[in-house]
Structures are given as C-alpha cells and as structure tokens.
Design a protein around this ligand. Sequence first.
Ligand code: SF4
Length: 440
Amino acid sequence: MRATGSWSVPPERLELRFTDKKPAFSKAEAFAEASRCLYCHDAPCTIACPTSIDIASFIHKIATGNYRGSARTILKSNLLGASCARVCPVEVLCEGACVYMDWGRKPIEIGRLQRFAMEQGRSVELLPRQEKKSESIGLVGGGPASLACAGTLALLGYETVIYEKSQLPGGLNVSGVAPYKIRAEDVLDEVKFIQSLGVQIQTGVELGRDFSGEELLAKHAAVFFAPGLGADSLRGVPGADGSSVVGAVDWIADMKLRSEAALEGVSSAVVVGGGNTALDAVQELASLGIPEVTLVYRRSEEKMPGYEHEWERAKEKRVRLLAERAVSEIHRDSSGKMRSISLLRTENGRSTAQEAGELPCQLIVVATGQERLASLAALFPKVQCDEKGRVVADPETMATGNPRVFTGGDCYNGGKEVVNAVDDGQRAARAIDRLLRGEN
Ligand code: SF4
C-alpha cells in the first residue's frame, strides 16, 4: 500500500514503558550546563563530530538565550540534529573528546544541550533555500542517510522523492534505535521537519517489486541508494524456522511499535550476537522484566564489538554472557512452542563438536550482523558491492560505479551510527548538486 501523507504510531506500545536515558534539560539546567563550556578554539568536540557541528558556538548561543541561532548552527551542519542529539554515542564522539575529560572531570553534556536547542529553536525558516531547479532526485530508503540527503537537496532547490518499503519512514531511527534513547513519535517529528523542507516521501513502495532501477533512473536525474541492511537469521540451525526466533531489528521494531503481547510467557530470552544491536536488545529485554536474559556470543568477552559502556549497562541489568558459544539446536514442544536451546562451544568464532549444555528459552533475538542487500544494488547498472556485501563508492562524493547513482548509510558502511549516515547523505547531496550543475 502506497502512502504519502502523515504517519503515526499506535498509542499502546511497549516502548512507552521506557524512560528517557538522558531526559530533556529545563531552561535553567541548559543555561547552567552551557555556562560550564570553555568555548575552546579548534574545539576537540567539533573535530570528533562526524558532521563537524560548531559545538562551542551552539552552546554559547544557548548560554545567551539565542535558541533559534543555536538550532541554526546545528542544522547548518546536520539536518537530523534532533535525533543525533538523542542517539549518538556521545561518550565516544564529542563528549569523549571534551577537554574536561583530560582533567578527569565530567564533560559538557553536549547531547542534551543539542536536544535542548533542537526542541526550543528548530524551525524551517532558519534554513536558506536556493531557487527551484528543474531536476528531480529519487532516493531509495527512508532512513537517516536519505532524509539528510533529500533535505539538503531540497534546500538546494531540487525536487526530491524518497521511496521507503515499510509503512513508516525514518529507517532504523524509527524502528531500530533503543526506546530509552528516542521514541518513534520523536523520529516522525523529525521526518515531518524534513518533509516541510519540500521532500516528498512515499511509503509501502519497494525497489525490485514496484519499480526497477532503470525505471528510477529514467524518472530522476540522479538516484541516492540507501536501503540499509537486510534481516538477521539463524540459518541452518534445526528448529530455527518456527515461531519466537526474530531478527534484532524486527524485535526492536515490534517492541517499539506494538503492545505487551510479544512477551507473553517469556521467562528466559536469548540474544545471539555481540555488537551494539545485540547489547541494545539484551538491555531492553531485561528492562521489560524478563527474569533471565542471556547473551550468546561466538567469541570471547574481550572481542565483543559492541561499546564497552553499553555492555557495562547490560551487566548492571543482570544480563548473563555465554561467550564462545553458539546455538546448535532449538527444541520445541508438540505444539511448536520453543522450550529450550542447545549450545556448542566455539573456537575462534567457529562451532566445535563439543556440547555446551541446554538452556531454557522461549524467545531468541538474533543480532548476528545484518545481511547485505547486494542483490538490490545489482538492479542498477555498474553499481557494485565488495566482498562483505557493502556498496562500493568514492568516499569523497559517495558516487558508485554508475555516475548517476550515489549511496550512503548502512548499505555503504556496513552499519555505523546515525550521524555517519547523515554525513554520507549530506556529502552525496553536495556531489549530486555539483554533477547536475556540470561541475563534476
Ligand atoms: Fe565546550 Fe568541551 Fe567542546 Fe571545549 S571541548 S568547546 S569545553 S564542549
């Protein structure tokens, strides 16, 4: 079903049981925090930001009560400043680089100040627009990379149309980010902001099903290809085809957008994987009151690719780790209901024949690295993927092997942060503009 209007989420959803990890500042709190900033020259926080937001400047504007000016400073560098304020891993980016860290003191809470500026000052009128141009650009996927790219192109005067296969735009921001960081309705607010810049969004339409790559290229002067990544699976494990085995992205989307039914009868849940998505999923399951939450990871604890601070938080929530293990079989009762799983020991990430016991389990969330969408990329002539299934592109321009097809976001970088997707999208928009003006 194709939809182009406004979007909403169900009023009853599990994500409403989560409280904000970093609640909004009041005006007095924002002023106090902004006044701590030293407004450093060549500020390391800005250098650490993938979109190079002038952090000292936007914080100074908060301290002087110029909230619209503060929001403008952020939006000039990052159109998705509102969601980045909430979902960025600031501990390893701007706040991690703050000079206060060098003195063993608490860094400036840049993420919360950015959220404050966005909530108090964001407005469409803040951004200058160029005169209308005749060309249109088609964007595949409605996630952060496409939203940032389309918004930038719309401000440059181009007609832009986003094609999103699911019923809600926003990509992983709306369905895949942990609810204690941001809720779906806040993401949809930001989508509406991007729409108000002149971006058209069609949902429920899919490349390869509703239109081909060539049709898209015939209709638009250029295409931005950013469909994200594919689904997780436990392919080949006996019993994995039945119910209660879900990919992490689907699980987080279910939990964010649906009500309690998804957890009925679950007293022991297993998350498979060791990356940040897996760490989000274990924390969510534990916070939702599942008594036993276990992370099963193929390698050692030290080799887990997820952020250490997220794993520390998971441990505080009594999440148990079974490292160097892999799920070898899923056992079900006669009605097909999951009751337990068998595990094997692993060595260097590969399963051995050595059994590692059985674990009661009624739900498995699989976060083993999402499948790449190489087959979709192949729908465009000369667009290629590397051996890991990531779309190959020039990192300066985001141009693929096809001079009219650009890319960015997870399908290009294999699954990084929202802020990296935004940076890719904005860089691609500027390169598309140069191409269409004959400068490339
Ligand atoms: Fe302010 Fe810290 Fe950035 Fe310096 S490094 S400008 S103190 S936020």
